[in-house]
Design a protein around this ligand. Structure first.
Ligand code: GN1
Ligand code: MG
Length: 383
């Protein structure tokens, strides 16, 4: 496995038994051979399972349990995912043949639906495994950055003709940065776990930037920024990259596909691709903005988006990186103060570490904002 790809973990006997039972409920050919946990993402539980067919061939699949604490209506998530995968597969096959690569497909459960209920509750679904590809937690080179940005741009392009109200808002006000800001201030005020005092510097940092949180929301409200169907979780590890060619093959994790702004998607991609440091890095001196990565992201994204993006969107691309990094920093800090109830954590203070890297990156972005804006303009004008 290449060094920065998402890790995989062996599972114990009881988990193996449970996922064998789940896997058997899907219309998968052959016999269950093995399973492992894919440790990627802070929300759902993900397993890769291998089935052996009668002729001895091995095929792999992705099994996922939807986190129903986060997604209060998991069946609405499934309706959105079904709608988007069906649309993309249809387009890739019949309309835009050049946007081929592999696509995400849901496997039906034996009852005919695209999900099954787990024996201990929960909604599970099964996807094909995108073979020969990896997800990267840290981008290694500008080709990966360019490719990932082009893939997310193409994804938005592929769904751009689906009316936004075809999809349900599975997490209301997901990228409402004003709401996220107010919520942080509320939890800091009630401070049920006595953690707010120790993060007063971080809270002050956020307060100083309050004026920024409404910028995209105001544009959406006025109609200046169009509402579109967007991915809403465009972390760099949500795109599968070919291990040999570094070509982006398929966008994954469609759970938060909802009406939104393309700015949220581009911003989150910058947040997770420009820094050489992990999202939970404790040494903040490692958090940096690698300008060549940013430039590759802009080039890849505008290449895919040149047909459908509006000037009002392009003019806020650089700013969106700051906005989303601040927003996710706010969310991690909120979860830390609230007692780590939302994001999965692996150590005490994990969410605080994550919040600090985000705020550090906000500073890095601020220091480079003029240069970033100039670069976006240059590429857009040159198209
Ligand atoms: C969560 O689970 P994952 O890693 O795909 C979160 C995103 C955050 C991200 C931060 C539904 O995404 O919004 O940006 O963590 N997803 C949800 O790493 O809240
Ligand atoms: Mg996700």
């Amino acid at each position: 496995m290449p060094p920065s790809t998402s890790p995989v973990r062996q599972v114990d006997e009881s988990v193996l038994k449970a996922i064998t039972l789940i896997a058997d409920q899907f219309a998968i050919e052959g016999e269950f051979a093995e399973g492992e946990e894919v440790h990627s993402g802070h929300i759902n539980s993900t397993y890769r399972v291998t089935f052996e067919s009668g002729d001895g061939s091995l095929n792999r699949y992705i099994l996922q349990r939807i986190n129903e604490k986060v997604f209060k209506d998991p069946l609405a998530v499934m309706r959105n995912v079904e709608c988007v995968t069906r649309h993309i597969n249809w387009k890739v096959l019949r309309v835009k043949k050049d946007l081929g690569g592999q696509t995400l497909n849901l496997y039906p459960g034996r009852g005919g639906r695209f999900w099954v209920a787990g024996p201990n509750g929960g909604i599970w679904r099964c996807y094909n495994c995108i073979e020969g590809c990896f997800t990267y937690d840290i981008v290694e080179n500008t080709r990966q950055a360019y490719q990932a940005a082009r893939a997310f741009g193409s994804f938005q392009d592929l769904v751009s003709d689906l009316p936004p109200d075809e999809l349900e808002e599975t997490i209301p006000r997901f990228h409402d940065t004003r709401m996220r800001y107010e919520r942080l201030m509320e939890v800091a005020e009630s401070d049920l776990h006595g953690r707010a005092g120790a993060v007063s510097a971080e809270l002050e940092f956020v307060r100083k930037r309050e004026a920024e949180v409404d910028r995209v929301l105001d544009g959406l409200r006025s109609g200046d920024i169009p509402q579109r169907i967007t991915h809403n979780d465009t972390k760099i590890n949500n795109v599968m990259i070919d291990g040999e060619t570094d070509e982006a093959v398929c966008v994954i994790d469609l759970d938060t596909v909802m009406p939104g702004s393309v700015l949220y998607d581009f911003g989150d991609l910058v947040r997770t691709a420009v820094s050489p440091a992990a999202e939970d890095e404790q040494d903040l001196s490692k958090v940096q903005l690698r300008m060549p990565m940013f430039e590759a992201l802009v080039e890849g994204y505008l290449e895919a988006g040149k047909e459908f993006l509006k000037e009002s969107e392009v003019s806020l691309l650089a700013f969106s990186a700051k906005l989303i990094t601040l927003e996710i920093g706010i969310r991690f800090l909120t979860d830390h103060i609230e007692g780590d109830v939302y994001f999965k954590t692996q150590r005490p203070g994990h969410n605080l570490d994550r919040a600090r890297t985000q705020l550090q990156l906000v500073e890095e972005i601020e220091a480079n904002m003029d240069q970033m804006e100039r670069f976006v303009k240059k590429v857009w004008k040159g198209q």
